[in-house]
Design a protein around this ligand. Structure first.
Ligand SMILES: Nc1ncnc2c1ncn2[C@@H]1O[C@H](COP(=O)(O)OP(=O)(O)O)[C@@H](O)[C@H]1O
Ligand SMILES: O=P(O)(O)OC[C@H](O)CO
Length: 510
């Protein structure tokens, strides 16, 4: 996809978003407006049920293409661009040879569940609590550490090469930055605090690798990148359309969206509706422990300022359920059609759809759960199912906001949203109804790239401070609750009953 928008005169900031389904590059002007976009999808590789991989060489080639594409569409040159910001799908794990620059295996994607058994074993041997206490994360196949261990155990000869110091590990931020800054010819091997906080290997308080945790996972520290802040100059792009431009930010995509939504004050939260949904709340300069199934993570760190922490509710399946209705069930032809179909009925007809396709993430963290449609009768039509599909996203968000309130003590007053699913009006209204709170969407829906651009711009003095960024945030749409409390409470009870039905489907030995 390539689009060109209207823009003022330069200079500009470019952001690269290396996402789960595609890589894109967006050029922004000083008002945070989009000047140009270029985007390219990459192959999703499913070698076995539950396994998901990406070809990191294909991804790097795509990144170079979209950077060139966005620069060309903007009608600018590298000299007009003051900095490059990086944002990325988080947790996806890659190891490569630092002499040849070749990946040793496909990247293992965040959704991949191959390390389930390994996580259970680590839980038995090391203890669940230890990981949560030190890293803020529950032991789950979602995070990078167990994926690194899997690669070291399963790629022949890799452990010896890693111990010799020939191998580098990185999430996609590290891979893109290493290649951009020269690769085998002096590329810098770094990651930022937000990405590092998803590896399960970083001490959340010290913002440094926890060597004892790494040792308990049998991961040699020699493979780990240097942890840096989210907004500082890591190096300079060595080749391509933006050669000579400083690479000045890195943030995991959900943290970048928090930044792009200008959630700079404690208690401010955003929820991003894409393949999955991720809600993050800024909790200030101290990590807040979760007792209700949320993750404690780093929100961002600007240069040497104090880090900002966040609580996160991660939902594995939201937009991908709409894709499933389209691609596997054939009930709709396009994602947008789900709204038309769901709007053709008044309610869900008694049906509740819990899409626990790869277990349940927050607040349950149950890998033994599987998807369920509950409440079926002959009355139920495909339109009711479409409605239940949209309601599933809204109810899952409600469960997360309930947990956030319990953990943080902050009542939700409004939710800032972004991502592909927010173009669905019925879903946004339903969300407001179920949360009993206003839902607001900003003018620039590409908050992930915007956040990376903002951080890079701050690092090079393109924007003076976060107040200047706040001034760019403009509301495009708002939905307010219309549902009466009795209906909401009754429906929520039924949803929670349906969630119970998903648990324990997978037996341990499976
Ligand atoms: N109108 C819509 N209604 C519901 N879901 C939608 C709609 N448009 C797109 N989606 C879903 O949103 C997702 C794409 O959003 P996007 O933010 O681009 O995701 P990602 O960044 O995770 O690739 C897809 O899973 C798609 O099914
Ligand atoms: O690439 P996205 O938008 O699907 O985001 C993926 C998340 O970062 C996974 O934690």
């Amino acid at each position: 996809m390539t689009t060109t928008g209207t823009h003022g005169t330069g200079p500009f900031i470019a952001a690269i978003d290396q996402g789960t389904t595609s890589s894109r590059c967006i050029v922004f002007d000083r008002d945070g407006r989009i000047v140009s976009v270029d985007q390219k999808e990459h192959e999703q590789i499913f070698p076995k049920p539950g396994w998901v991989e990406h070809d990191a060489s294909e991804i790097w080639a795509n990144v170079q293409q979209v950077v060139a594409g966005a620069v060309e569409k903007a009608g600018i040159t590298a000299a007009d661009v003051k900095a490059i910001g990086i944002t990325n799908q988080r947790e996806t794990t890659l190891m490569w040879d630092k002499t040849t620059g070749e990946p040793v295996h496909n990247a293992i994607v965040w959704q991949d569940t191959r390390t389930d058994a390994l996580c259970k074993e680590l839980g038995r041997n090391v203890g669940q609590d230890r990981f949560r206490r030190e890293t803020g994360l529950p032991l789950a196949s979602y995070f990078s550490g167990p994926k690194v261990r899997w690669l070291l155990d399963n790629v022949e000869g890799l452990r010896e090469r890693a111990e010799r110091g020939d191998i580098l590990f990185g999430t996609m931020d590290s891979w893109v930055i290493w290649n951009l800054t020269g690769g085998t010819d002096g590329g810098v091997h770094v990651t930022d605090v937000t990405n590092a906080s998803r590896t399960m290997l970083m001490s959340l308080r010290n913002l440094a690798w926890d060597e004892r945790i790494a040792e308990s996972m049998e991961i040699p520290v020699a493979v780990l990148p240097e942890i840096r802040s989210s907004a500082e100059v890591y190096g300079t792009a060595k080749s391509g359309a933006l050669a000579g431009v400083p690479v000045a930010s890195a943030l995991g995509d959900q943290q970048a969206a928090l930044f792009g939504q200008t959630c700079f004050s404690e208690g401010e939260a955003k929820s991003t509706y894409g393949t999955g949904t991720f809600m993050l709340m800024n909790t200030g300069n101290e990590p807040v422990n979760s007792y209700n199934g949320l993750l404690t993570t780093v929100g961002y760190r600007i240069g040497d300022q104090a880090p900002v922490y966040a609580l996160e509710g991660s939902i594995a399946v939201t937009g991908s359920l709409v894709q499933w209705m389209r691609d596997q069930m054939g009930l709709i032809k396009s994602a947008a059609e789900i709204e038309t179909l769901a709007s053709s009925v008044e309610d869900n007809g008694g049906a509740y759809f819990v899409p626990a396709f790869s277990g349940l993430f927050a607040p349950y963290w149950r890998s033994d759960a599987r998807g369920v449609i509950a409440g079926l009768t002959r009355y139920v039509t495909k339109a009711h199912i479409a409605r239940a599909v949209l309601e599933a996203t809204a109810w899952q968000t409600r469960e997360i906001t309930d947990a956030m309130t319990k953990d943080s003590g902050v009542e939700l007053t409004a939710l800032k949203v972004d991502g592909g699913m927010t173009s669905n009006n019925l879903l946004m209204q339903t969300l407001s109804d179920f949360l009993d709170a206003p839902v607001v969407r900003p003018m620039v829906a590409e908050t992930t790239c915007l956040g990376a651009a903002y951080a890079a711009g701050l690092a090079v003095g393109f924007w003076p401070d976060t107040d200047a960024l706040r001034a760019n945030w403009r509301r495009a749409a708002e939905w307010t609750p219309r549902m009466d409390a009795d209906t909401r409470d009754r429906e929520y009870k039924s949803w929670l009953k349906a969630v119970e039905r998903t648990m324990g489907w997978i037996e341990d030995e499976e």
